[in-house]
Design a protein around this ligand. Structure first.
Ligand code: ADP
Length: 395
C-alpha cells in the first residue's frame, strides 16, 4: 500500500532529514562498493557526494532511492527506517544524468506526469475513491495549478505546449527537474544531472540549481565527480574514495583544511602540490627535506607529526613567482617547464629541486617557458600529511 499523503495535505515540502548509519553495499559478485558511510543530511540541506569515478557515489544515492538493496547499516528518512521500503513509497524524486522525458508528451504533460499517475491511482485528494465528478475536476485543477507553479519557478511558462524535441538541452534538463519538483517529494536526489550539457550551459544550470535550492529550501542529495561543481553547489561536501567517506565539510572548510592527502589532491584545479620527503626535528628546528629541497617550518607546524616520512603540500595559488616572490619567508629558484595562459591568470608548471609543482599566478610577461625564475611562499600556508594515499593531515 502506498504511504504517500494526498498532495494538498502537505504544508511543508521537501524538508526531510536523511540519516545513513554505517551504510554499506556489497554487490552479488562480491565487490564492496560502499562501506561504513555514516552521514546525517539536515532538513533543507544541499549535500553533494563527490569523488572520482567508481568511488561509490551512485551506489550510495541509489540505496537512498531504494533502487539498490542495502547490504549493511541503516537508512532512515525523517526517523523512519527505509531499508525495506520500496522505492515508490519513499517519497523521493530522482533526476538522472539521462533525464529521459516522454517524447510524445508536451512539457506540461511531462511535468505533470507523476501527479497524473498518482491521480489515477487514487491518492490525489482521494477522488478516485469517492468517484465524484466535482472531486475529479478539483484534482485536474490542482494538477494544472501545480504544473503552472512549477513552470513559473523554472522559467518554462513559454514552452509548456512544446514537445521535448522542440527544446534546447538546458530546457529539457529543466523539465526533468520540473517533473521532480511538481511532485513535492521529501527529498531530491540528483545523479550527475549536468554531465550531458556543454560547459557554458553547465555553468548556467549550476547557478539555476543553486537559486532553485534557495527558493525551495529542499533537502537535496547530489552526486558529481566534478569537484568544481561540488564546491559551488554544496552546503556540505561528502568526499568519497574507494567506497569510504574521506571528509564531510563545508566546501571552503574542506578546501582550506583537507582531512587527508586524498581530499587535498582532489579539491582544487589544479590540485594541491604534494611532495614526499622527511620531517626532521631537533633543537627548536622543524624542517621538511626532500632531496635538495629544504623547508623550515614555523614553530609548532609539525607538532602532531612524527619525524620521518611525511608529505608537504601547498596550493598552487600560494606560490609567488618572479618579482612577486621577493620577501617571501621561503625563496628558491625553479625552471619554467610549461605555461597555461587562462587570461586573468596563468598556471605555471615548474621544476623545483627535481620535482614538478604548479603555481597559479597573475599574468606576468617576465615568466617565460624555459626561464629560471625566483619562487617563494610562506611555509605557514603549507600542510603536512602522514604517508599514504589517504594519509591524515598532521600539520
Ligand atoms: P561512482 O558513482 O562513484 O562512479 P559506483 O557507485 O557506480 O561509483 O560504483 C562503485 C563501485 O561498484 C565500482 O567499483 C563499480 O564497478 C561497482 N559497481 C557498480 N554497480 C555495480 C553492479 N551492479 N554490480 C557490481 N559492481 C558494481
Amino acid at each position: 500500500m502506498s504511504t504517500e499523503r494526498p498532495l494538498e495535505n502537505r504544508m511543508s515540502e521537501s524538508h526531510a532529514k536523511v540519516r545513513l548509519r554505517e551504510l554499506g553495499k556489497t554487490y552479488p559478485g562480491g565487490v564492496t562498493a560502499v562501506e561504513g558511510v555514516d552521514l546525517g543530511i539536515e532538513e533543507g540541506e544541499f549535500c553533494v557526494l563527490v569523488g572520482p569515478s567508481g568511488c561509490g557515489k551512485s551506489t550510495t544515492l541509489r540505496m537512498i532511492a531504494g533502487l539498490e538493496e542495502i547490504t549493511a547499516g541503516t537508512l532512515d528518512i525523517d526517523g523512519r527506517v527505509m531499508n525495506d521500503v520500496p522505492a515508490r513509497d519513499r517519497d523521493i524524486a530522482f533526476v538522472f544524468q539521462n533525464y529521459a522525458l516522454y517524447p510524445h508528451l508536451t512539457v506540461a504533460a511531462n511535468i505533470g506526469f507523476g501527479l497524473e499517475r498518482r491521480r489515477r491511482h487514487g491518492s490525489l485528494l482521494g477522488a478516485a475513491v469517492t468517484g465524484q465528478l466535482a472531486a475529479r475536476r478539483a484534482e485536474s485543477q490542482a494538477i494544472r495549478e501545480r504544473v503552472a507553479e512549477t513552470a513559473r519557478i523554472l522559467g518554462l511558462e513559454g514552452v509548456l505546449g512544446r514537445y521535448p524535441r522542440e527544446l534546447s538541452g538546458g530546457q529539457r534538463q529543466r523539465v526533468a527537474v520540473g517533473r521532480a519538483i511538481a511532485r513535492k517529494p521529501k527529498v531530491f536526489l540528483f545523479d550527475e544531472p549536468l554531465s550531458n550539457l556543454d560547459a557554458r550551459l553547465r555553468l548556467e544550470t549550476r547557478i539555476e540549481l543553486r537559486q532553485l535550492h534557495r527558493r525551495l529550501g529542499a533537502t537535496i542529495v547530489y552526486v558529481t565527480h566534478d569537484q568544481e561543481e561540488a564546491m559551488t553547489l554544496a552546503d556540505r561536501l561528502v568526499v568519497m574514495h574507494r567506497g569510504r567517506v574521506q571528509q564531510v565539510a563545508a566546501p571552503l572548510e574542506a578546501y582550506h583544511h583537507p582531512a587527508n592527502r586524498f581530499v587535498a589532491a582532489f579539491l582544487g584545479t589544479p590540485g594541491m602540490n604534494l611532495v614526499d620527503g622527511r620531517l626532521h626535528r631537533g633543537d627548536g628546528l622543524e624542517r621538511f627535506v626532500a632531496g635538495d629541497l629544504a623547508i623550515d617550518l614555523p614553530a609548532g607546524k609539525s607538532a602532531a607529526a612524527m619525524p620521518g616520512e611525511i608529505c608537504f603540500g601547498v596550493r598552487p595559488d600560494r606560490l609567488r613567482l618572479g618579482a612577486a616572490a621577493a620577501g617571501s619567508p621561503w625563496t628558491g629558484t625553479a625552471s619554467v617547464a610549461a605555461i597555461e595562459q587562462l587570461g586573468d591568470r596563468m598556471d605555471v608548471a615548474l621544476e623545483l629541486a627535481g620535482r614538478r609543482v604548479t603555481a597559479r599566478v597573475l599574468p606576468d610577461a617576465a615568466i617565460a617557458e624555459g626561464a629560471t625564475v625566483p619562487v617563494g611562499f610562506d611555509p605557514a600556508d603549507g600542510h603536512l600529511f602522514a604517508p599514504g594515499e589517504e594519509g591524515p593531515r598532521v600539520g
